[in-house]
Structure formats: C-alpha cells, structure tokens
Ligand binder design. Structure first.
Ligand code: GP9
Ligand code: MN
Length: 690
C-alpha cells in the first residue's frame, strides 16, 4: 500500500503553481489584448491610464473567478475556453470598430443587416498584425506539452527522493511516476487513503477553492466598480445615464463593463412586455386617429409640391433670437435673413428635445413623436417601429439619404438610420476632412461635399443633413471669426455668435450651390435649429437684445429655434407667428407633398391646416397654443407652475391653463408609451398596414 501523503508538500506547491500561475497568466494575457484593442480607438486618452488598467483587471477577475472553483485540470480548460471567447469578443469589437467606429451591441446583433454590411469590406478590416491576438494560443500549443513534461519530471523526482520510496523495488518507482504523469492529475493521489480522510481532504479542498473564488470575485468587483464610481462622480458625470455614445460608455467602464451594461440596458428596456390594457391601447389608437383626421385638411397647399425633392438642414444649436438682429451694425445671420424674404419663416417655432439633444430633434422632426424623458430614442429603441419621413417618402418612390460628418455611431445613428429607411448614411468616413473645424469637418465643406454626393443620386430624394460647426464650445479658428462681437469678445456668448455667423455663411453657400446644381427650383429647402446653445446667462441675452427680459421672454428664447421653409416656386413666403414645434415638421412637409398622414401614428399638427392655435408641448411639460403659455415649476406640481397670456405677456390665473395641461400630459404619456412598448408595430400589424 502506498501512503497517500507521499511527497504531498511538493505536489501541493506544484498544484498551486499550476492553479495560480495559469490564472495570473490568463489575466496578464487578456489585459494585453484589451490594451491592444484600446490602442486602436479614439478613446478619451490615447493610452489606458492606471485606473483603466485597474478596471480591466477587475472586470476580468469578475468574469473568471468561477474557474477557481474547479479542479486544476478543469480550471485550465475553463481558462482556455474563456480566453478563446473573450478574444473572439474583443476581436469582433475591433473589426466592427474599424468599420463603424462603434462596438457591437445587443440591438445591433438583433438588427439584421448591420453586421452583414461589413460584407465585402471584411478583408480590408483584417490586419496581419492582428495575429498577436492569437499569440498566446500558439504559445499554449507549444508550451503546454513542455510544461507537462517538466511537471512529470518534478513529480518523478518527488517520488524518487521521497523517504517513503526508499527500499521500494526500482520497478515500482516508474509505475508511481506513471500515476502522476501529469501534474494537474496529482490531485487524484490525494484521494487515495481511508474513506474518512479522503472526504475531509476533499471537503477542505472545496472550501479553499470556494473561498478563493469568492475572494477574487469581491476583489474584482471592487477593482472595477470603484474606479467607475470615481469616474462617474468626476469627469464622467451623467455619462452612464445619458449613454449617448458607446465610446463614452467604454471610456468609463472598459470593454467588459461596456458589454455588461449593454445587456443590462437592453434587458431593462425590453424585458417584461408592456403593462397596458387593451382598453388603454384602444384609447391611444383613438387619440392618434383623431389627431390624424384633424391634420388631414385637403386645402390648396395639399400636394402643391408633389414630387419635389426635399432637403432638410438640422442646424446645430441655431436659436431664433438672432434672426434679423445686428451687432455693431453687422447682421449675425445675413444669409438666413435674405432667405427669409422668399421663404416661410416660423418665428414662434419650438424645439421639443430632451436629454437626447441632436438625436431628439432628429427624432421629433422625422417621427413626429416626443423624445423620451430620459436618454435618447436613438440609443434605447432603434429597433422599434415608427412612421418616419424617410420611410414614408421611400414608400412613394423617393430615395432617402442622411448626411452628417461625424462618427456614424454617435447617437447610435447608424442603427437608427437603417431602421428609418435611409438608403444611405454619409458619415465622417465618407468625407474628406479638408476643412477641419471644431468636432470634425467645417459646415462649408460639409455642404459642398454633400451636394456633390447628392448630384450622383436619383431624384426625387429626401435628404437630411445635420451640421456641426456651431457645436458647444463654439470656438472657431481666427480666420473664420468675421463678426465683430464688440464687448462679447472673448466670452462664450461672443464665440456662439461667431459660430452662428459662420454657419449662416455656409448656408448662403449651400443656397448658391443648389442654384448652380439646378436644385433650387425643384426642391423644398427646410432649415431649423436642433436645440438651444446651453448658455443660460440672462444678462448676455439682455445685453445683446438691449432690453430687460422676463421669465417668459427667457423661456421663449431658450426654447425657440427658427424654421425656414423655402418652396420651389418661392410662394407662401412670409413670417408665420403662430406657435409650432418640431413634431409638426414631418406631417406638414407630407401635406405639401400630397401624402396623407391621417392613418400615420404621428403626434404633430399640420402647419398648413389653417388652425392658428396648435398645442405645442415641450418635453419639460411646458406648452403654448399661441394664446396661453405654461411654464412648469421644478417640483412638477401643476399648481406651482406659471400660466401666462401670450398677448399681454402677463401672468394669468393658473386654472386657465389646466385643461391644456391635462392634454399636454396626456400627449407626453401616449408618446412615451408608444415609443417604449413598440405600439406602432403592434397597431400596424393589427390593422394590416405595413
Ligand atoms: C454630433 C452631434 C452633436 O454628432 O450630433 O450632438 P449634441 O451634443 O448636440 O447632441
Ligand atoms: Mn445638437
């Protein structure tokens, strides 16, 4: 009988080397791979900083702690499998990033087509140097047999030099070494012995493994969550909740954390079904059907521009208060002022955006629904169905294109534009950055290149262009600062005026290009601002406008953006002072094109229906109908808000606003439910419409 304690300390040491050595090696190799991925990204820092490394190590520990619960052999196999899976994840993200400047998310995976778009490009996305991702596999293939051999030799020496093997016949010793042929298998030897001893040994082994695994989990979570918390309470405040861009999330959480958060976010938004009763859904359907009927006014303007091309310019942070204004005798927006003469200019037009900023303006203008109270519809529900302008026009024979010279993944545009039915989305990678300005390409070159792309496309088209040069913090290169902003010089407000002046110049060039390209007389050109400029200092506006401002004035200034609609024949030009909002744009353009929106799930009004009192509801719960103007209080209680008369600008009794407040709240609720629970898909399936 061979004593099971034969050479036990040496064996234990050997097992520990295998167990913890392979685990540390796994962590090291995987961190290297994450670091290699990072070096390919346009992340916050060119290189990972110390905390980023801590997050990476912590999240790898949290992902792999359970392997320590297994036998040494099981653990090594599990680590190899985990290595292969994580490498596949990291490498897929890298390939996807090289093409889309984004990481693969669950909505992307579930949305047929997007990953497939890589198709022909895949070859150009694979680099020889990527083989370093598999370098550890090659080392393993060569190294494992070698290590096994070394272990075998150590095991053999242990047995041979053990005092207990003294006196054994030499023929017996090699057979012992055979039993211990692979070091990981040496665990089995510990199971040889009396039953009680065997059980207690196994029990002790399990307790040690369980507690080691748990300790690694706790440590891993601490190492990853601690720095993430530090980030979100310093430079990354609000980034996690706003989650407008995969890259910003990644900068906070690292790659593994990003994927965990993606799964959590998707589950939160999609699991659990909708809690609405059949009756509630019927009410929602009824509301939409009534709104559709009141929009469906067949007057002279209905279909007056049937078949025209449509170009919609969504202009970054373009607010209404500067239109027609001068500073030091110089017009801030000379080209828009000129365009105003031959266009419909809506001087009481509201942006209806929320946290989703540019993407919200895009959504409300194209889908005629309210954006969400938190986050962006683009990032949260790109896979849901909406009645949107590009798709509706495509269904009637149009071609639809989106243009924006920035990373295609920002605001999840790539996925969203695909589901909105655009034929093509021209993003930063499709432009030559020959006029670097601010975040990306200057608007002047952006328009020039966009129109050149459009020249190659078939008509009629719907083209949605998003500008960027007037984005916060509004700093322009010196040579582009052509407006003398006087005492605003050196202030952000002054920089903002300069930036808008530049964009106005770009719009002037766009108009000339359209004329030169023969588009002026067969295209509806529509220009509006996406949202405010985030500069809330009342004193600047008072100084610029040369008068003192009330709460109502400030509320209007911060929420009004200009809307210009230039019709192909220049008709209907003039200033329209009734209140309208971004939700009204899509149904109104469809009216001009002769496409009925009676059966569409849209919430906006038809600006051409002759009704001067449309209810315009803002995401905050504020509203106006051109007679009354309600500003909610921060506590959200209706009674604590303020009701104004539009005519006098004076405060009136709160009760005068009650009925419309009830309707405003109802609209926000219906819109949120429609977006969140994908009701349009359900309704259209029920009604047998596409
Ligand atoms: C970038 C642009 C800016 O693509 O949409 O977005 P914003 O910060 O205004 O939402
Ligand atoms: Mn914007």
């Amino acid at each position: 009988m061979i004593d099971s304690s034969l050479g036990l300390p040496a064996r234990k040491r050997l097992l520990s080397v295998w167990r913890y050595g392979s685990y540390l090696l796994f962590l090291y190799v995987m961190v290297l791979k994450l670091w290699y991925l990072h070096s390919h990204l346009h992340a916050r820092y060119i290189d990972m900083n110390r905390l980023d490394f801590v997050i990476a190590i912590g999240s790898l520990m949290a992902a792999s702690f359970w392997t320590l619960w297994l036998s040494v052999r099981g653990q090594i196999i599990a680590l190899i499998v985990l290595d292969v899976l994580l490498t596949a994840l990291i490498y897929s993200d890298l390939i996807y990033y090289r093409y889309f400047q984004d990481f693969i998310t669950l909505p992307v995976l579930l949305q047929a087509g997007q990953v497939g778009e890589l198709g022909d490009s895949i070859k150009s996305l694979l680099h020889w140097t990527d083989l370093r991702f598999a370098a550890d596999w090659a080392v393993m293939l060569i190294g494992f047999p070698t290590l096994k051999g070394i272990s075998r030799r150590i095991a053999l020496r242990t047995v041979k030099t053990s005092p207990l093997s003294e006196g054994l016949s030499p023929s017996l010793v090699p057979s012992l070494s055979a039993v211990r042929s692979a070091a990981p298998r040496m665990e089995r030897i510990e199971n040889i012995g009396p039953l009680g001893q065997k059980r207690s040994l196994r029990f002790r082994q399990r307790v040690v493994r369980a507690s080691n695994g748990l300790a690694v989990l706790v440590l891993g979570l601490g190492l990853s969550i601690g720095p993430i918390k530090h980030y979100t309470s310093s430079w990354a405040q609000g980034l996690l909740t706003g989650n407008y861009w995969s890259m910003s999330l990644y900068n906070v959480t690292g790659l593994l954390g990003f994927h965990v958060y993606d799964v959590y976010r998707f589950a939160k938004d999609h699991i659990g079904g909708d809690p609405l009763s059949a009756e509630q859904k019927q009410d929602i359907q009824d509301w939409f059907s009534q709104a559709g009927q009141s929009r469906d006014v067949r007057n002279a303007s209905f279909g007056a521009y049937q078949g025209s091309n449509v170009i919609v310019i969504q202009t970054e942070a373009l607010m209404n208060f500067m239109i027609g204004r001068k500073i030091g005798g110089q017009e801030v927006t000379p080209n828009l002022n000129k365009l105003r003469e031959s266009s419909l200019y809506f001087s009481n037009y509201y942006h209806q955006t929320g946290q989703g900023r540019t993407s919200d303006a895009d959504f409300s203008s194209n889908a005629s629904l309210h954006p969400l109270p938190s986050g962006s519809v683009f990032t949260r529900f790109a896979d849901h169905q909406f009645d949107v302008l590009p798709q509706i026009l495509k269904d009637t024979g149009y071609h639809a294109f989106a243009f924006h010279a920035y990373d295609s993944s920002f605001w999840n545009r790539l996925a969203m534009y695909q589901s909105m039915g655009y034929d093509q989305f021209f993003s930063k990678k499709d432009y030559l950055i020959d006029e670097p300005l601010g975040w990306s390409l200057g608007d002047k070159s952006f328009f020039k290149q966009s129109l050149a792309k459009l020249a190659a496309e078939q008509q009629p088209f719907y083209s949605f262009m998003i500008t960027l040069s007037s984005h916060h913090p509004y700093s322009l290169p010196e040579k582009e600062q052509t407006l003398d902003v006087g005492s605003f010089e050196g202030t952000m407000f002054g920089d903002y005026l300069e930036a808008v002046h530049y964009v106005d110049g770009a719009i002037g060039e766009l108009v000339e290009l359209m004329k030169a390209q023969g588009l002026w007389d067969n295209t509806i050109l529509c220009i509006y601002g996406d949202h405010d400029n985030s500069l809330t200092g009342q004193a600047d506006y008072e100084k610029f406008l040369g008068r003192s401002l009330t709460e109502l004035d400030m509320h209007k200034i911060m929420n009004q953006v200009p809307l210009f609609i230039h019709l192909p024949d220049g008709k209907m030009a003039g200033t329209y002072t009734e209140a309208e909002g971004q939700l009204d744009l899509a149904p109104s353009l469809l009216h001009l094109l002769g496409i009925s929106t009676a059966a569409k799930y849209m919430m906006g009004s038809n600006m051409f229906d002759g009704n001067p009192n449309h209810l315009v509801v803002l995401r905050t719960g504020a509203f106006t109908d051109s007679r009354l103007h309600y500003i909610p209080s921060p506590d959200g209680l209706f009674e604590n808000g303020t009701c104004y008369s539009e005519a006098s600008g004076e405060q009136v009794g709160i009760e005068q606003c009650r009925a419309e407040n009830t309707e405003a709240q109802k609209r926000l609720e219906i819109s949120d439910q429609t977006v969140t629970y994908d009701l349009i898909k359900e309704f259209e399936q029920q009604n047998g419409t596409p």
